[in-house]
Ligand binder design. Sequence first.
Ligand SMILES: [Zn+2]
Length: 402
Amino acid sequence: MENTPSAATERLYFADPALIEFEAEVVKSLTRDGRPAVVLDRTAFYPESGGQPWDRGTLEGADVLEVIEDGERIVHVLDRPLAAGVRVHGRIDWDLRFDHMQQHTGQHILSQAFIEMLGGETKSFHLGPETTTLEIGIGQADEASVARVERRANAIVFENRPVKTYFVPPERVSEVPFRRPPKKEGTLRVVEVERFDHSACGGTHCRTTGEVGLIKITRWERIRGNHRFEFVCGGRALADYGRKNAVVRELVGRFNVRAEEVPASVERLSAELKDLKKSARRVEETLASYEARDIAAKAEGRVLKAVFRDRSPEAVRSLALHVVKQGDFVVLYAGFSASRCHLVLARSESLGVDLRTLVPVVAPLVEGRGGGGPSLVEIAGNPGADVDAALLRAAEEVEKSF
Ligand SMILES: [Zn+2]
């Protein structure tokens, strides 16, 4: 059972967001959703709040799995219990904390840059493990306007302005030029990117804008009449640049062009491929008509069957349709794609047999499904099935119906 909130936990990260190790006392040992948890008298662990995820790390060797704000207290969910009254040594996962600080401080800077450049207010902010998003109240966004916002935000980074945090009593709150009116009342914690942005925020931030590193908007989309921007800062921007540069290097090497010429090369290649496919289809059609004449001339009997291991379903269909025009034939052909065998069963219009009756007999033999009309049915099945046996069975059925 949990007691009602008692004394507030002292938040060490307010005064020093770079504090990695600290000593504290367990003032309460409890459970949270069946997991062991503790409340400390003081902590450097940031709880989930204001769009920023919680810190990870250890308390006296126990893994800190989740950090939750519970009124004025901070609850640390652990992988094993710790007794009340003991002194503990805490250690924050600095890489994760610093990543959060970069994305979060980058968000403050971007939010103000959106207001200055485009008059867009921040509607919401979400810091995820890979992507960070900012919803801005603007109906239009294009490359040029996004670039202006980015340039302004990064200029603030390059100037390496101090990021100050301080508490303001209620009677002086009106003197602070907040970017947006604070939701909380009473004493407020102000985060000020010097002479640029004032926010009421309880999060952890970089100490200077230079620590944020590069701020890059990676994509955007329309949502609820606003725009949602994905962005990366600092270490994430470096990793993102590395991944994208690798892709560009690969493409530049393959096309043997400069990076900015890659889209045109891809465009040209797809147009060429389309043309080639078209002319290949024409050649296939012509060939099929010649081949069909040859097949018809050499045919013994009316039922012709063949398996074409190296021909596509489309090529086999085309050949079958040409053959049935050459005389009175029932053609039972099979072709293949990478993922399936494809049976084409076709007949000349002069013959009365309804090929649809073959589907329930033949399809199970190739573990497939199919359908069509009286003079043409097609069945797609397992490429590993005994296709020869299936066609033989089809031929027997056809012979019976003559
Ligand atoms: Zn903040």
